[in-house]
Each structure stands twice: as C-alpha cells, then as structure tokens.
Design a protein. Structure first.
Length: 139
C-alpha cells in the first residue's frame, strides 16, 4: 500500500468564505499515483472546515445566512471564549457544525463522487494562513 501526504495552504482575506478545493484535491490524487484507495481532506485549524456539497452560489449564501443565525459573530461579548481576547467564538461553533474533514473513495484514479458533489474549504475566521491536510492511501 502507498501513502501520500501534502498540505494545501489558504489565506482568506475576509472573515468567512467557501472555496471549492476539488481541483487541488484531484491534483494531489494525480501526484500520488494511487488508483484505488481513500483520500482524506482535513482542516487542521479549529476555525475552518472541509465539507462536501453542491457548487451552487445560492446554496453557499444559504449556508452563510444559516450559520450566522445559529452562531452570530456579534455581539462578540456573547461568547465566553472571547474573554480570552479572541473575537472568534462564533467561528469555533460554525466549524463544529460544518465538520472537520471528509473521506472520499478513490476508484480507477478518480474521486468516487455522487452527482454534483464537490469538496470545499470553509473559512470562519480568516485573515491568516491555514492549512488542509491531504492524506491518500491505497494502491
């Protein structure tokens, strides 16, 4: 069995964003040479997420509104976490909802997706460099 590891780095200027990282994941898969196996994409920061869904702008706007209703950024004083001097208590909650990672099957050298599925990096506290771990195992 072969193993491949790479870190994808992101620096989102704004506070929040959803970035389609499917092309970068596919490039990692091609670099790995693995044809059958599993690929893990894991946000290595506690205020970021990796998730699978449709690449449709209306859906992304719905996510933004829904997440802001569930965990509004302001007032920042509503979060005990922010007593540490941070202002990102909401970002931790949003990440918890959207998830830490995804695992996708690799079949015949391709991501084994259902219709419309794409992989996204979700940023909830931007303004600094963050990474996504790509780990691929298989043959």
């Amino acid at each position: 069995m072969k193993s491949y590891r790479k870190e994808l780095w992101f620096n989102i200027a704004g506070r929040r964003a959803f970035v389609n990282i499917t092309p970068q994941v596919e490039a990692c898969l091609q670099e790995s040479g693995i044809k059958e196996g599993l690929i893990l994409a894991n946000a290595m920061h506690i205020t970021a997420s990796v998730f699978i869904n449709d690449n449709e702008s209306g859906l992304h706007q719905d996510y933004e509104r829904w997440l802001e209703k569930l965990a509004p950024h302001e007032p920042v004083s509503q979060y005990l976490h922010n007593r540490t001097g941070e202002d990102n208590g909401d970002a931790h909650l949003k990440r918890q909802i959207m998830g830490r990672e995804v695992v996708v099957a690799v079949t015949e050298g391709k991501l084994d997706f259902g219709p419309w599925e794409q992989i996204f990096y979700g940023e909830f506290d931007g303004g600094r460099r963050k990474r996504v771990l790509m780990k691929i195992i298989g043959e």
